[in-house]
Design a protein around this ligand. Sequence first.
Ligand code: SF4
Ligand code: SF4
Length: 324
Amino acid sequence: MSARYMQPLRILIQCLFNGFVIWLGFRFYDFIQMATAVGEKNKLIRPAGIDGFLPISGFAGTVSWLKGGEINTIHPAAVIIFVTVILISLLLRRSFCSWICPVASVSECAWKVGFRLFRCNWRLPVRLDVLLRGLKYLLLSFFVYYIGVAMSPDALSRFLQSDYHMVADVRLMDFFLHMSHFALCVVLVLLVLSFVLRNPFCRYLCPYGALLGLTAMFSPMRVTRNAERCVSCGVCSQVCPTYIDVMHKSSVASPECIACWRCISYCRFNEALSMRVVRRFVVPGFVFAAMVVLLFIGGTMIGKFSGHWHSSISLKEYVRLLGK
Ligand code: SF4
Ligand code: SF4
């Protein structure tokens, strides 16, 4: 069965998640505005899902939990979302990047617009590309060493209970609402580059993507090519947003594969390419899509129903931290 429907389906799911994220952002903004204006009389509830924007908090909370602590009660949803995304990568490769992540969605939109305008996307020379791809692993190593190795359980616990961490969400919102000139320039440069290069932030700078890519290498699921059906037309390699030479592989193990299904969707030859578990069992597209959505929502639901979702920071504390 053709998998052409997978691209419209993936874009629909990206749009739904993006719409949800925008709605969350507005709800959080209203909550902070109201808490700043009326203090403890604020009747709005902080949307805990906003913790999804705090992957460092999620990582620190997970490390603290693994080192024998409890799931931190300051931003528990950050831990739940972080662990859920890691588990999704273990099973469904970096599907979080191509189906859910709002940064990757914007980036994908940009390079597609760039492709329409210029009839191509630029590709950096191979050596420079490899060198720059190393940056995200360097950033990841820094966080892993600093948070995972250098910080003792006590130091982690102090960080998680600190005022700084308590309002990390507010700081992040402030960062975007009142950007310094330098930060604005960096964001604009990345945005402009995204029109001519495919996903430069994800490919070169995102440590979260680096971690998910390394995790995905243990996934039993891979894009697999059937050499007997393949006519070596090269379309799969051309449409791959991460420039994997799919046509010359028997299966794609690269940590750069974001499980977007573009190669499978555009291959015209029946069963030449498919997503398979341990190279044998074919995974139908709609099953893969349903698993991405259900695992992400299911993970957050487990967090909610197990009482690890809403922050324990009281409104009084929040108001104090906001300087009211
Ligand atoms: S698009 Fe399909 S037929 Fe063409 S090279 Fe790739 S796997 Fe082979
Ligand atoms: S190999 Fe296929 S699924 Fe993986 S990133 Fe490239 S196009 Fe997407």
